[in-house]
Design a binder for this molecule. Structure first.
Ligand code: DGL
Length: 215
């Protein structure tokens, strides 16, 4: 079976690699929007205009499932995308619910793009699962750009995370798939003070379940 994996940029590759490792029998079409990356500082309506033709092409090429490996897209545009496309969609989103379950200090950090943090879905997740928890949202507006262009400023990332860790945060949510590429650096910075979580295992599990249903 052929599936599509979409992100604005290199975040999709990280998710596709995780899928490939667990489900090697799948044919995977990875699509990036190299012309418009990063998405995370753009308004949702503009992003929708970019992704409509890309999704349509994936469907036309015979992808039977599309994995939306982009939190910025999934937290803002899922209702529209479900209306527009008939194929099953699987999407990442910031793991606020799981982080709220894991935290002992009741302080969590969500690293995500500005457009994700401003989204209705993210607001819903916080209100539903983290009402009694302090959610810190460090300024990560330039992280996707840094990672996409391989210009990672470790000091900047460390400074922003340290500010949250010093407030007793014990879970760090990687709420942008680009940040999966710096997971190891984030873990090193956390140095045992916080768990670092990201959704690749969940995506693989959801995909496995969906494929079983489609078989
Ligand atoms: N990797 C995407 C996400 O998960 C988008 C990053 C960007 O293009 O700003 O949000």
């Amino acid at each position: 079976m052929k599936i599509g994996v979409f992100d604005s940029g290199v975040g999709g590759l990280s998710v596709a690699n995780a899928i490939k490792k667990s489900l090697p029998e799948l044919e995977i079409e990875v699509r990036e929007d190299k012309r418009h990356v990063p998405y995370g500082t753009r308004p949702p309506a503009e992003i929708l205009g970019f992704i409509k033709p890309i999704f349509q092409r994936l469907v036309d090429e015979g992808c039977q499932v599309i994995v939306i490996a982009c939190n910025t897209v999934s937290t803002n545009l899922m209702p529209e995308l479900r209306r527009l496309f008939d194929v099953p969609l699987i999407a990442v989103e910031p793991m606020v619910k799981y982080a709220a379950k894991l935290t002992k200090s009741n302080v969590i950090v969500v690293c995500a793009t500005p457009t994700t943090l401003a989204s209705p879905r993210y607001r819903y997740l916080k209100g539903r699962y983290a009402r009694s928890i302090q959610v810190l949202e460090p300024d990560c507006h330039d992280w996707a750009y840094m990672i996409q262009h391989n210009e990672i400023d470790e000091r900047k990332i460390r400074d922003r995370l340290e500010a949250s860790l010093s407030k007793n945060a014990d879970v760090i949510v990687l709420g942008c798939t680009h940040y999966h590429w710096i997971e190891q650096q984030v873990k090193t910075i956390a140095n045992g003070r916080a768990q670092v979580i990201q959704p690749e295992p969940v995506v693989v599990q959801q995909l496995r379940q969906l494929l079983a249903q489609l078989a």
